[in-house]
Design a protein. Structure first.
Length: 284
């Protein structure tokens, strides 16, 4: 299958610093300082043109890290990412300069993307109209509510007509009318065969909009496949998770943290096991 986004053995590792002095030690000591923490671990994945992939998982499972990796905002620690075409990330305040006004942010973002001054002037009215934030467009972004930031961010991102669009929670902070307007726009993108990644805490929105689901757990893929198949499994898991005692939830989190701190499984998995895991996700 031809892909539009491909991740091959992607790992994103952070150093855990408990205090500021640890950060300093990390900079000056040869080999760094602090325990490793794997936000994403050895992840292999493909999505094709026209795929709308809902990224699901409990808090801290790696959804935003995944989005930032695909959007090329965070570089991976290891592995390769191949994205065909332009990618645009819509997340609350992603890429907005807080000191500049909304209007200035539009100009800056478009200039950075290589648009000429007269083209920017041509694009601006539509962006401002879609954002629909009234006089706030001429106020610094630091005065915006998170809903306004997401409106502006969404409007700019779709105006540049990306091949891959990532919408990270941006619709959950705005009002319903605006969210619906964005969904209409995203449907247009879908029909034109673009690839969309969608992170939302609303399973309803996910089911309505996505054809595939990527379920992340402790920085790895728990399931990837058709939304109709994966979502019922995820919902059953969430139901069970909610019924667990505090102690059981703590054990689940600890187990995951151990894996993410590199104390268990993935690193020690045999190459054969790793190969098997890779193949199973490439099937979709
Ligand atoms: N810059 C960073 N430094 C250290 N750890 C980080 C950093 N960014 C993310 N992490 C850790 O990586 C893990 C995954 O974070 P991420 O934000 O991707 O999860 P998420 O699934 O988007 O969570 P949520 O649903 O709460 O937004 C978390 O445990 C988080 O604490």
């Amino acid at each position: 299958m031809s892909y539009s986004v491909k991740l091959n053995g992607i790992t994103k590792k952070y150093k855990m610093h408990r205090q500021n002095s640890d950060k300093l030690k990390d900079i000056i000591l040869p080999g760094g300082y602090g325990e490793d923490f794997y936000a994403i671990r050895d992840l292999t994945f493909e999505a094709g043109k026209g795929d709308v992939v809902g990224i699901i998982g409990v808090n801290g499972s790696g959804k935003s890290t995944f989005s930032n990796l695909v959007a090329n905002i965070t570089p991976p620690t290891s592995g390769e990412i191949d994205v065909k075409g332009d990618v645009s990330l819509i997340a609350v305040s992603a890429g907005l300069n807080k000191e500049l006004t909304g209007r200035e942010n539009i100009e800056l973002k478009l200039l950075m993307m290589g648009y000429k001054k007269n083209k920017i002037e041509e694009m601006k009215p539509d962006i401002i109209e879609f954002a629909d934030i009234g006089k706030f467009i001429d106020m610094p972004v630091k005065k915006y509510s998170s809903g306004m930031k997401s409106r502006l961010g969404f409007s700019i991102s779709i105006s540049v007509d990306p091949d891959v669009l990532i919408v990270d929670e941006a619709l959950s902070v705005g009002d319903k009318t605006f969210a619906d307007k964005c969904l209409v726009k995203m449907n247009e993108f879908k029909e034109r065969g673009k690839t969309i990644f969608f992170v939302s805490h609303s399973n309803g929105q996910m089911k309505k909009f996505c054809n595939k689901a990527l379920w992340l757990e402790h920085g790895t893929i728990r399931e990837y496949g058709p939304m109709k198949e994966v979502m019922p499994h995820y919902e059953a898991f969430i139901k069970e998770y909610k019924s667990w005692s505090k102690e059981e939830k703590r054990r689940f989190r600890e187990e995951g943290t151990k894996k993410q701190e590199g104390l268990a499984t993935a690193e020690s998995a045999s190459s054969e096991e790793k190969e098997k895991r890779k193949k199973s996700w490439i099937l979709f």
